[in-house]
Design a protein around this ligand. Sequence first.
Ligand code: SAH
Ligand code: DHB
Ligand code: MG
Length: 222
Amino acid sequence: MTGALWTAVDEYITHMLVPPDAALDGALEASSAAGLPAIQVTPTQGKLLHILARLQGARRILEIGTLGGYSTIWLARALPEDGRLITLEADARHADIARANISRAGLDAMVDLRVGRALETLPRIAAEGGGAFDLTFIDADKQSIPEYFRFARKLSRRGSLIVVDNIVRDGRVIDAAGRDPDIQGIRRFNEMLAAEPGICATAIQTVGAKGHDGFAIVLVTV
Ligand code: SAH
Ligand code: DHB
Ligand code: MG
């Protein structure tokens, strides 16, 4: 029952504060029609990402885990005209759907979608030396979050923001003995954060249309 209430409240907030939008709604429809898993951020979470990117005055954004490009569109829309977003996706089928959705949103020129496993594409991005990312959104496989965070940290500047999705997973994050590699990845990431100098971090648990989960927010301070 709780889940139904969380969803109803999410729908209420979305109805009040997130007006219908052809590109965003179209991206959800196309993703669903193509059979992509409905694991994208919710509209309220997408708008939070957008607000965070605007607060950052972001000109360069990195996203790890594109899916159908729903969060990509929210983030890219926070960029100035000459801003750039690089988004990384391992699944070529997801990338095809995302490319079409991003295109329909009129964001082709801003978004650089790179297909491949992020642990292979990230070293290339680091080698390109394109400058620091103002915001990084980590939202791919959960077992590699520590490695993604390591890259994000390296590709940041003082004042950069790193947002990490799905760090609560129905509360399973506190299961220290569990064997689930996703949970182990999240727990290793938290241990890393606790020991990491030069950052200011917190994590917020969330309930809503996607159940009980949460995200971490990390401000790079040195
Ligand atoms: N950020 C998206 C949702 C991403 S879902 C949104 O909110 O709209 C997670 C995505 O990460 C999936 O599309 C999955 O294919 C991709 N993924 C999983 N493992 C990956 C890897 N090793 N490298 C890059 N992408 C990966
Ligand atoms: C899953 C992945 C996500 O990025 C998410 O937000 C929710 C669920 C998953 O793989 O189950
Ligand atoms: Mg996610």
